[in-house]
Write a protein that binds this ligand. Structure first.
Ligand SMILES: CC(C)(COP(=O)(O)OP(=O)(O)OC[C@H]1O[C@@H](n2cnc3c(N)ncnc32)[C@H](O)[C@@H]1OP(=O)(O)O)[C@@H](O)C(=O)NCCC(=O)NCCS
Length: 328
């Protein structure tokens, strides 16, 4: 865990929050929940069958005494939830019977707990796919009024020999499959904001296979135009592109490829042209560059909902729970 977590925990201590876990009986969730219960800044709400959750906790040896367990099948405010759900999805013509069936699923039920103010945040995805964790949030919690899309970023952290941490932000590695220029500009604004929360003074590079016109192609134009649009949206933040990754991070390469660039050689916030590049890129940093990867952190939603990797461990669940709740 990196130093910045202390700051996030302080935020939560000043204003404790409730977080929903949609996979209440998963041992990794139970371990993280037991650690949270031993603290006083974040209360877990575990979705699922109470007997099953208690048994799973006993089997795996985690103390979850005091946890709030909510079973969709026994939820006392289900009628109200169904009504609210139908209202939210009325443009889709959802009937109460259909709503009841949908809300028996933990991902939709948990999301509605946040929507109805029963919880402040949600963390899912230990077993659900990204799409199944994110879709209910897109449909029910929806995009903030000032945003056009929900996007995401990863925060990457690696200790330096000097004892402090190198912290980077990368977007969008998980949600928007082929963002257009305007969407990329919005992704950059949101990723830069998120970088700041983690103590990064953002220097934003729009990545490409070309550095300031050294290569040609549709994607080169897209990244150049998107960088320009992002610059207009946040004139106080250094934003440049299109540029190659080496020019963005290596001062030596930047001196050759883009000697007049302010961001070149010093970038710490990276915007990828599409989800393939982004997803592969952050995983290379994580698996071969020894960075810890936190995310995907969803950006632009009306309330914080985050997605775990299905390969996550309990420590990652605990960290992501703190990040998610602190964003509330
Ligand atoms: C995010 C994602 C799941 C949405 O896909 P989907 O559910 O098939 O999307 P749909 O087009 O059916 O839209 C569902 C709803 O979400 C909304 N939506 C979709 N993408 C959105 C976005 N980026 N921002 C805001 N809203 C969005 C739609 O408007 C729609 O709303 P509505 O039902 O109220 O009309 C999809 O973009 C995706 O699969 N992305 C890649 C996820 C992934 O595999 N990541 C890699 C692993 S980390």
């Amino acid at each position: 865990m990196f130093g910045g977590f202390g700051q996030l925990i302080q935020v939560l201590k000043a204003s404790p929050k409730k977080i929903v876990f949609t996979e209440g009986s998963d041992p990794r969730i139970l371990e993280a929940a037991s650690r949270l219960l031993a603290s006083n800044f974040l209360s877990p709400i575990l979705v699922g069958d109470e007997d099953e959750i208690v048994l799973a906790a006993e089997d795996s040896g985690f103390n979850i005494r005091g946890a709030n367990i909510v079973d969709p099948a026994k939820y006392e405010n289900m009628d109200e939830m169904v009504e609210k759900f139908c209202e939210l999805r009325k443009s889709k013509g959802v009937t109460p019977e259909q709503a009841r069936k949908i809300l028996s699923q933990a991902n939709y039920f948990g999301t509605m707990l946040v929507k109805m103010g029963e919880a402040d945040a949600l963390l899912g995805g230990a077993t659900y796919s990204t799409a199944d964790t994110v879709r209910p949030a897109l449909q029910l919690i929806k995009t903030k009024p000032e945003n056009n899309i929900v996007s995401s970023c990863f925060i990457l952290v690696r200790p330096r020999a000097t004892g402090d941490n190198e912290v980077l932000a990368m977007g969008d590695c998980a949600i928007n499959i082929k963002p257009n220029e305007d969407e990329l500009a919005e992704i950059a604004v949101e990723t830069a904001k998120c970088a700041r929360i983690f103590g990064v003074d953002p220097q934003v590079a729009f990545l490409s296979y070309s550095t300031f016109g050294s290569g040609e192609g549709e994607d080169v134009d897209k990244m150049r135009n998107a960088a320009q649009k992002a610059k207009e949206k946040m004139p106080d933040v250094p934003v440049e592109g299109e540029m190659q990754f080496d020019a963005a991070v290596s001062p030596r390469v930047a001196r050759t490829k883009c000697p007049d660039s302010q961001v070149g050689g010093h970038a710490n916030t990276f915007i990828f042209p599409d989800i393939s590049a982004g997803n592969i890129g952050y995983k290379i940093a994580q698996r071969m560059g020894n960075f810890e990867a936190y995310g995907p952190i969803l950006l632009g939603l009306n309330a914080p909902v985050n997605d775990l990797s299905r390969g996550c461990n309990a420590s990652e669940v605990y960290s992501m729970a703190i990040i998610t709740a602190a964003l509330a």
